[in-house]
Design a protein around this ligand. Structure first.
Ligand code: MN
Length: 307
């Protein structure tokens, strides 16, 4: 027996792969030596090369959205495996043209839950959904009704430690419910630490793009600290009490492209009054306006000693 499980590297797909492995062990006593995993990245066009025409009894393709490449993969997998099982929950997969899918491919599609949950239901239609699977689904399908689901997904997706997370997940799925809960809580703790690390890294990276400038037009000039991109006043935590802070981006406003400026201030400067003069509005601490013009003059980077 030779079985291959193919999936990508997000939390839902990793969980789907673990559920499939667990299902094969429990229901068919498939040994670990008979199982292979082939992870891929969404954008990786070389997936098929990995297989080198090796023959399989079965290939599971999990959490993989329908694209022209996917059809190519399925057709190739169907040519090297006796049976292919494709489980997915992405919307485009429901619009796959008839006739593109070979006869030995079993298609399991549903768009109201995660791939991990679909995979669980595929293997264990009668059993309750484990908490690990449920939490991953809560995050992957953006219901976000449990605050721990984000941390668990972060722990699973830790690029540096994907194998570790994978092993832990297998433990979650194969141990008794009490042990599984302990492993899960552990992963949630790891995930929370990881999220904190990411937030800090992100903040550091953003600060690199900060600049001092004068925001100037016919309504006047204001010295500011500015950053292009999306975000909120938290990005300016070092400056918010001493400077007028500006987040700005270029976007479409119906038909024309405009600059959107968001002003923040933690002192007595009234952003709302300023923006009112430029056709916008808001409050003392946060306000915004749009302009077809790039309004910064005298631009210079914020030196490291100011950050
Ligand atoms: Mn998914």
């Amino acid at each position: 027996m030779r079985i291959c499980i193919v999936g990508h590297k997000d939390a839902d797909s990793v969980m789907s792969q673990c559920v499939a492995a667990f299902g094969l062990w429990v229901l068919e006593a498939v040994s670990t030596e008979d199982l292979e995993y082939v992870p891929y990245f969404y954008t990786d066009p070389t997936l098929i090369k990995e297989f080198q025409d090796v023959r399989y009894d079965r290939i599971y393709l999990l959490d993989t959205s329908f694209t022209p490449e996917t059809v190519g993969w399925l057709q190739y997998f169907a040519s090297i495996a006796a049976k292919v099982i494709w489980i997915d929950h992405h919307e485009p997969s429901t619009k796959i043209p008839n006739g593109d899918i070979p006869g030995n491919v079993t298609v399991v599609l549903g768009t109201t839950c995660s791939a991990a949950m679909l995979t669980w239901k595929f293997f264990f239609p009668e059993l309750a959904i484990p908490r690990a699977v449920w939490l991953v689904s809560d995050y992957d399908t953006w219901t976000h009704s449990d605050p721990t689901s984000k941390a668990l997904s972060a722990a699973i997706m830790d690029e540096e430690d994907l194998t570790f997370a994978n092993e832990k997940l297998r433990a979650v799925l194969s141990r008794s419910p009490v042990d599984a809960e302990a492993v899960l809580l552990d992963m949630i703790k790891d995930g929370k630490a990881l999220l904190r690390k990411r937030v800090t890294l992100d903040a550091d990276r953003r600060r690199l793009g900060l600049f001092y400038a004068d925001l100037t037009d016919e309504h006047g000039t204001v010295p500011v600290v500015a950053l292009m991109g999306g975000g909120n006043s938290d990005t300016f935590d070092k400056f918010i009490n001493t400077h007028v802070c500006v987040m700005f981006k270029y976007e479409t406003d119906g038909e024309k492209m405009v600059w959107k400026y968001s002003l923040y201030s933690g002192n007595d400067y009234h952003c709302g009054n300023h923006c009112l003069g430029r056709g916008g509005g808001g409050h003392a601490g946060a306000a915004g306006f749009s302009s077809t013009k790039f309004l910064f003059d005298n631009v210079r980077p914020v030196p490291p000693e100011d950050m």
